[in-house]
Write a protein that binds this ligand. Structure first.
Ligand SMILES: C=C(O[C@H]1C=CC=C(C(=O)O)[C@@H]1O)C(=O)O
Length: 395
């Protein structure tokens, strides 16, 4: 073993200890890995419960970590964790663990469990047809249809180990685990930045159009008209939002093929001077979100169609989340490729963009492939933990 490996193992062990105490004591926390950054950050709030915001507009000037639902209904509040403690790298945890072990403030937090409806493939087909009918009527030009799948065979999985494995498997994604009152415990590996703000520059992206990569090189992937249309809808929406804020000199790159785990998407990136949006951060996010990559167009009609067609609550799936002003990072991601820990096991949330050219069976398959981003890692962790339990019982 080389020295840096043993250092990493030590760092992970220390962080695991901290995260396990937070989980056990139901203390609000988030641990995350930003894309292309190997160092993780863990934020813990143990003195008071995280703040509920009435609107994402309130995030302007805030410091902490925000989690916002797909749609701002009361049952799933926009939540801002304002950390009492931040852990990065190998900083010591013994003292904070001692404090957290004595913290009983959140032990009575009820488990955030809402009944969830799993659509069958025939129900999904009917829903795709219902959306296509709305497109024909001219009510919308695109809507994203999502579904939930609950995996029950996961009781032997340690969620912290799952999170660590996801961090290693997906260094280009935003990987997180979080637990907050009224939000619950969520784990994800999002490929979609909503807004990244550094000192001087801001970046946003349009992602839509999906294929399974398989054995191909990313550069060999060819896109058909339906996929290009789907991506163009998201791109033009984002361009309109940017220009409605009077932002000029926008550098636009794409659309180009972009690998996200087992999949490839079409992506367009926009970069511009951050000074205009910094004082209007919340307003800008409200204008961007939910983008047609998770909702549809026109936005208000698409929200209505999605809410009337889907039989489950999206909760925090397809909302956004990320740090604000934490260690110089303000980085929001669309909450995709995610799961919620529920009493029955893990609830996976996935969706696909429906346009007039959509074929229901293909859209169902696409959602199944999207689910594999997390499910393949869940299965690998599950197999290794079952093998461990088996070898322990035999010895
Ligand atoms: C809605 C999801 O993906 C979005 C992001 C990339 C490509 C998408 C698509 O091709 O439909 C979706 O817009 C999801 O992963 O649940």
């Amino acid at each position: 073993m080389i020295a840096s490996d043993s250092f990493d193992i030590q760092v992970t062990k220390v962080r695991n200890k901290l995260l396990h105490v937070c989980l056990e004591r139901r203390i609000p926390f988030v641990s995350y890995q930003l894309p292309e950054k190997s160092e993780l950050s863990t934020l813990v709030q143990y003195t008071v419960a995280p703040r509920k915001l009435k609107s994402s507009v309130e995030i302007t000037g805030a410091t902490g970590f925000v989690v916002a639902p797909f749609e701002g209904s009361g049952a799933f509040p926009i939540t801002l964790l304002e950390p009492d403690f931040i852990h990065t790298g190998n900083s010591p945890v013994d003292q904070i663990i001692e404090t957290l072990q004595k913290c009983s403030l959140f032990l009575g937090t009820k488990s955030e469990s809402h009944p969830m409806h799993e659509a069958s493939s025939s129900e999904f087909t009917r829903q795709v047809e219902a959306i296509k009918a709305k497109i024909k009527e001219g009510v919308i030009i695109k809507a994203v249809l999502s579904r939930v799948k609950i995996e029950t065979e996961v009781s032997s999985i340690d969620t912290i180990e799952l999170f660590n494995t996801l961090c290693q498997a997906y260094p280009h994604a935003f990987v997180y685990i979080l637990q907050m009152p009224d939000v619950g415990c969520w784990i994800g590996a999002s490929p979609e930045p909503l807004l990244l703000v550094s000192d001087e520059r801001a970046k946003t992206t349009s992602i839509a159009g999906t294929q399974v990569l398989g054995n191909r090189m990313v550069s060999d992937v060819k896109w058909n008209a339906k996929e290009r249309d789907e991506q163009a809808i998201v791109t033009s929406y984002i361009e309109n939002v940017i220009s409605s804020f009077g932002i000029t000199n926008v550098e636009k790159i794409g659309p180009y093929s972009y690998q996200a785990a087992n999949l490839v998407h079409l992506k367009t990136q926009f970069e511009f001077d951050a000074s205009t949006i910094k004082p209007l951060l919340g307003k800008f996010i409200v204008a961007l979100q939910p983008t047609p990559s998770v909702c549809g167009l026109p936005k208000a009609n698409a929200v209505d169609v999605v809410l009337s067609v889907e039989k489950h609550e999206r909760e925090y799936y397809s909302g956004f989340l990320g740090p604000i002003n934490i260690e110089d990072n303000t980085a929001f991601f669309v909450n995709l490729r995610c799961l919620k820990v529920v009493p029955e096991g893990f609830a996976f949330f996935v969706g696909a963009g429906i346009t007039e050219g959509s074929i229901p069976g293909r859209e169902w398959e696409e959602t199944s492939h999207k689910m594999m981003t997390l499910l393949s890692v869940v299965n690998s962790v599950n197999t290794s933990s079952k093998a461990y339990v088996f070898s322990k019982t035999r010895n």
